[in-house]
Design a protein around this ligand. Structure first.
Ligand SMILES: *Cc1c(COP(=O)(O)O)cnc(C)c1O
Ligand SMILES: [Zn+2]
Length: 409
């Protein structure tokens, strides 16, 4: 049933069985799902995809699961909207927003967790776990509940209230670790070695990561079966960015879209910018940093896929930018005011970096551009609460309304 041949080491090419394994025994390189593209090319078509339900599983031939029983909440097929008003403010005449706030737990993490939890169930696990910067916690708590799995969710103890409650509501074991994400991740790697749990972003990472490709698949399908010319992607671990590239290349490889040179741009917060800093310094080795930014969902100081993200950026002749906390807030407000989308801080990072990349001339102003908005602002309200107009409170009568002078004379 499966189109996945094996898990394959990205560095030395050694192949492994499709179990919960993520590092190469020979060279310690990361493992990645390897597909039979010849078979997929024969089995897949635009018509077949178009006939299926509007969720990520319409691209099943390019996802790393065996069966057709999915642990799903109908994630994916989120809106791709033309963003003419934002484009006009930024000087980009062909701009689209991929709005991934419209997922079951309101971030793109539902894609990766749907895939990882489906594979975990196939492999017989009874416990789902993760190390999270916030959105992943919500998704693992929800999809674990959906799949009747036990859940252990680890987060930095200082997360936004919206993300804590957005996890607790699904009744997981929620563990707030006194430290940053990198501390949480280190602890979880140790726990994953001792307990037989499916840690979606540790031992299940080869499956988890593939879920991000569906953002690229949908974008291409929604554009009328073609790839964008340039994309701007927020970066935490770097996995999403590399998989948007991989997904696009796969669509070309199996003949669903024409070949095209797509440029990939990274967006990070100034308070946690290991990838952008390395890009600007023109090195391929990056220094881990201690995060200090309001974009907590992107606050990974030692990104697991940072090296591959950098490589993707340079291979595609792309670029990278970073945004200060102030610029992030402005980015959130700009997107809401121009396009009616309330994004979380990571979305503020994307819009702020989109603006800077447009201003610097790094982006081609006429090219087909897609910016990825990966999570909702309702989870990070404290970031903008003090930067908004206040409510006009009045008595319930006409005089009071008119005395407030809200209507131009
Ligand atoms: C996790 C996350 C990202 C980045 O994901 P990586 O694959 O780790 O780079 C981007 N945006 C939001 C809102 C996220 O939660
Ligand atoms: Zn290897």
């Amino acid at each position: 049933m499966s189109w996945v041949k094996s898990l394959k080491c990205r560095e030395c090419g050694q192949e492994y069985e499709k179990t919960a394994k993520y590092v190469c025994e020979f060279c310690f390189g990361p493992l990645e799902a390897a597909y039979d593209y010849e078979k997929i090319k024969k089995d897949i078509s635009r018509e077949k995809i178009a006939s299926r339900p509007l969720n990520i599983w319409r691209y099943r031939e390019l996802l790393p699961v065996e069966g057709t029983t999915y642990n799903t909440l109908e994630e994916g097929y989120t809106p791709l909207i033309r963003a003419d008003r934002l484009g006009k403010e930024l000087g980009l005449s062909n701009l689209y927003i991929k709005n991934d706030c419209a997922n079951p737990t309101h971030s793109f993490k539902d894609r990766v967790v749907a895939v990882a939890s489906t594979r975990a169930l196939e492999l017989g696990f009874d416990t789902l776990a993760c190390a999270s910067t916030g959105n992943l916690a919500n998704a693992v708590a929800a999809y674990g509940a959906r799949g009747k799995l036990k859940r252990y969710v680890f987060i930095p103890s200082d997360l936004e209230k919206g993300k804590v409650i957005g996890s607790l509501i699904y009744d997981p074991n929620l563990i707030g670790v006194k430290g940053n994400y990198d501390d949480v991740n280190r602890l979880c790697s140790e726990i994953a070695g001792k307990y037989k749990w499916a840690f979606v972003n540790i031992n299940m990472r080869p499956y988890y990561a593939e879920g991000s490709k569906t953002l690229a698949f949908e974008t291409a399908e929604q554009l009328g079966w073609k790839a964008p010319d340039q994309v701007v992607v927020p970066v935490a671990s770097g996995s999403l960015l590399t998989k948007i590239w991989k997904g696009t290349q796969e669509f070309i490889k199996v003949g669903l879209i024409p070949d095209k040179k797509m440029r990939v741009f990274a967006a990070q917060a100034s308070g946690c910018s290991p990838v952008t800093t390395a890009y600007k310094a023109k090195t391929d080795t990056f220094r881990p940093v201690k995060p200090n930014t309001i974009a907590k969902s992107l606050a990974i100081g030692n990104p697991a896929d940072g090296y591959y993200a950098l490589k993707t950026i340079s291979d595609t002749d792309g670029g990278a930018e970073m945004a200060t906390d102030e610029e992030i807030v402005e980015g959130i407000k700009l997107l809401a005011r121009t396009e009616g989308i309330f994004a979380e801080t990571a979305g503020g990072v994307t819009v702020a970096c989109l603006k800077k990349l447009a201003e610097s001339g790094a982006l081609n102003p006429k090219a087909l551009t897609v910016a990825y908005i990966t999570g909702t602002g309702l989870k990070t309200q404290e970031a903008v609460a003090d930067h908004l107009k206040s409510v006009t409170v009045i008595q319930p009568n006409m005089e009071a309304f008119e005395a407030a002078h809200l209507v131009p004379a």
